[in-house]
Design a protein around this ligand. Structure first.
Ligand SMILES: [Zn+2]
Length: 149
């Protein structure tokens, strides 16, 4: 696969196609290709990954001034981050699926870490019950169902 000259929509369509192969069928090359795309999700820039105008625009279009989890202003929490609802360490093919992305603040992203979505909901229910409803409302139902098929 050659990603040069492909636009974002093509990349996501490609990821979806590869994703249907499932994790255990992905090749080393597939992972290499995902890695090339990493820079996209770092909105505020990162010494390793940089940032793109496309990802900044996407984050702006898919968030307002407040983190959907804690409700605080992004500017008070060190800025926006694009997070994978289902962690990309477990579901690499979903790392380029828009349905799997949401914009949350930096501390909330750090707290979520590599937890699977249900682990994360459980964590919030037991440790931050006042924020649980906000998280539950954002559950990626479609994606979770697609994993079962
Ligand atoms: Zn937050």
């Amino acid at each position: 696969m050659n990603f040069d000259g492909k636009d974002l929509k093509d990349l996501f369509a490609l990821a979806d196609k590869v994703g249907n192969k499932r994790y255990h069928k992905l090749t080393q090359q597939d992972f290499e290709n995902y890695r090339k795309f990493d820079h996209w999700r770092y909105v505020n820039g990162d010494y390793e990954c940089g940032t793109t105008q496309e990802s900044k625009d996407w984050a702006n279009e898919h968030s307002d001034w407040h983190c959907p989890i804690c409700g605080d202003r992004f500017s008070d929490k060190g800025g926006r981050t694009i997070d994978h609802k289902l962690p990309r360490s477990q579901y690499p093919w979903l790392s380029m699926d828009f349905k799997n992305l949401w914009v949350i603040c930096r501390p909330c992203n750090q707290e979520k870490g590599e937890m699977h979505w249900f682990e994360y909901e459980h964590h919030m229910l037991t440790h931050r019950p006042n924020l649980y409803e906000a998280v539950r409302a954002m559950r990626p139902t479609q994606l979770l169902q697609s994993l079962r098929s």
